[in-house]
Design a protein around this ligand. Structure first.
Ligand SMILES: [Zn+2]
Length: 160
């Protein structure tokens, strides 16, 4: 038996630029007003909750703040040529070339900035943060990343 808390997307948002690659193609640069949904499942503590809602929201908001108003750079994308200097990133796809100042880049250890991969990345960040806080009653975390209203990618993982 387990319980679940759900954080809905109204306050868990970030705006970011990206493009994905697919089947040898590369989308044009564009942006989304991303909205997150987070589900945290687990056993109740002695205080009869899984996790304080305020604490859970603050944790997810910190991750949103890191991604807000950034270019989402998938560092492990094999279709992109990525070169980093002290001041900027150069990202090439065929004849297309983008040069982006470092402070404007969110460097992500993913192979493509799809909603599914962003959900996986954010779920892993939440899991690390909960482990650090010793929230051993939490059993699983699910994250939904909505790119546009009614269109989201989800990832679910155990805490450990
Ligand atoms: Zn997009």
């Amino acid at each position: 038996m387990s319980f679940r808390i759900v954080l809905e997307h109204q306050t868990l948002r970030f705006a970011a630029a990206h493009f994905t690659t697919f089947a040898g193609e590369c989308e044009p640069l564009h942006g989304h007003n991303y909205a997150l949904s987070v589900e945290i499942e687990g056993e109740l503590t002695a205080d009869s909750w899984i996790l304080d809602f305020g604490e859970a929201k603050a944790l997810v908001r910190d991750i949103c703040a890191e991604l807000d108003h950034k270019f989402l750079l998938p560092l492990e994308n094999p279709a992109l040529e990525i070169a980093a200097s002290a001041a900027e990133f150069e990202v090439k796809f065929g004849a297309r070339r983008y040069v982006i100042p470092r402070p404007d880049v969110a460097q992500l250890p993913i192979d493509n900035s799809t909603a599914e991969r962003l959900a996986e990345y954010i779920a892993s960040r939440i899991a690390s943060s909960l482990r650090e806080r010793g929230a051993s009653n939490v059993t699983s975390i699910a994250v939904g990343v909505e790119e546009s209203p009614g269109q989201s990618g989800w990832f679910r993982r155990p805490l450990s």
